[in-house]
Design a protein around this ligand. Structure first.
Ligand code: SAH
Length: 368
């Protein structure tokens, strides 16, 4: 019998919803309950190989293994920051880098996943931009990142102690891989699987206006964050060239539309990376507040001090500058918070994901 190379024929099973997995096993002549059993093995017990699924008869496992992959990402390195943040550098079956960050926090831990390998956007302050777009990740690859991070952080298949939040703020532009993103969110929300509901998920966009409008129409949608980085089109065109396609007025109109879909108590967030002497002046703080107020947006602003990395041509603003910027926003009625950088020493912080090696390297405790 001709045997095709594994990835050409096999389905990525972590990218199937529970009903899809049931149909998948049925095409192999298995009963529906096997599909549910398999879903639980992959998504609830977080098993990454068929060998571990000892509750399935051996010859059935072999058969499933021929038709589908229980996991596809290979963990290359695992970096641990002094602040406890972990970065996983993985490779897809076709050797594309995928990075995921686990951020331990006092109340609830956060996993930051990537939606693309590399990124096609050319934001000048972000290291990922230097990779260019390698390719979109599949829904299965997005889900798998979360499985890997959970297993490593809490133990294989161990229930998360305090629940976990997800943020789509890793490499890539999630809204340029919209279908896979939404599918992954549906899969991780399944109560029989990882059970991380959309209310625990935030996706961040550089401003793909039509997708913001589309997200607003989805009933079970995640929370939204929008990366601004500049209060005027002139500066934003320079820092985030995507602005030439969807300038601020168009972007903020889409946000206004999105605002109508907010649930009571829910708010959306603007992210604003602070670059020393570029976008951090008092005048720019006033311009930003006026811009948001002009569009009567009741969003909050997260100020992110720039995470420097060679060869990015920027420096973080001083603490005093950040504080002054924040106070001006607040004085004009715009709620602003300063985000604490996490995992800078291992290039795990916002904008630092570019598949680089750093020390301290720790691959002894390889998650499977
Ligand atoms: N493409 C999406 C998601 C990835 S970026 C987006 O643009 O929103 C996640 C966040 O990191 C964005 O808010 C981005 O502006 C910010 N960021 C990028 N590079 C950064 C850097 N060097 N320092 C601090 N924040 C950065």
């Amino acid at each position: 019998m001709l045997r095709l190379p594994c990835m050409d024929k096999a389905v990525q099973l972590t990218g199937l919803t529970q009903p899809e997995l049931v149909s998948f096993v049925e095409t192999l002549g298995e009963p529906a309950y096997r599909g549910r059993q398999l879903f639980a093995a992959l998504q609830h017990r977080r098993l990454r190989s068929f060998e571990e699924m000892t509750d399935l008869p051996k010859e059935r496992r072999a058969r499933l293994n021929e038709a589908g992959n229980a996991s596809t990402l290979k963990i290359e390195s695992r970096y641990v920051s002094a602040d406890g943040t972990r970065r996983y550098l993985m490779k897809t079956h076709d050797n594309r880098p995928v990075e995921t960050v686990f951020i331990p926090e006092e109340r609830r831990d956060t996993i930051c996943f990537s939606s693309q390998s590399g990124c096609p956007l050319q934001c000048t302050f972000c290291l990922t931009a230097q990779l260019g777009l390698l390719r979109n990740l599949t829904a299965g690859e997005i889900v798998e990142q979360i499985i890997v991070a959970l297993n490593d952080a809490y133990g294989d298949g161990v229930k998360t102690p305090r629940g976990t939040n997800l943020v789509g703020m890793g490499a890539g532009e999630p809204f340029l891989n919209f279908d896979a993103l939404l599918k992954a969110i549906r899969i991780v929300g399944d109560p029989d699987g990882l059970h991380i509901v959309p209310n625990r998920v935030t996706v961040s966009t550089a401003g793909i206006a039509p997708r913001i409008r589309e997200l607003a129409t989805i009933a079970d949608r995640p929370h939204l964050a929008i990366s601004l980085a500049a209060p005027t089109d002139e500066l934003r065109n320079e820092l985030m060239p995507i602005n030439k396609k969807w300038p601020l007025d168009e972007l903020l109109d889409a946000c206004k539309e999105f605002e109508k879909s907010l649930k009571p108590g829910e708010r959306f967030t603007f992210e604003y990376v602070l670059l020393k002497d570029v976008n951090d002046s008092d005048e720019q703080a006033r311009q930003l507040a006026n811009l948001l107020n002009r569009h009567s947006l009741r969003a909050k602003v997260n100020l992110i001090p720039h995470n420097p990395a060679e060869p990015l041509p920027y420096q973080p603003s001083s603490e005093g500058r950040v504080e002054s910027f924040r106070e001006i926003l607040e004085s004009k009625g715009v709620h602003a918070f300063v985000r604490k950088p996490r995992g800078r020493d291992i290039l795990a912080a916002c904008g630092q994901l570019a598949a680089r090696s750093t020390s301290p390297v720790s691959i002894q405790q390889q998650p499977r």
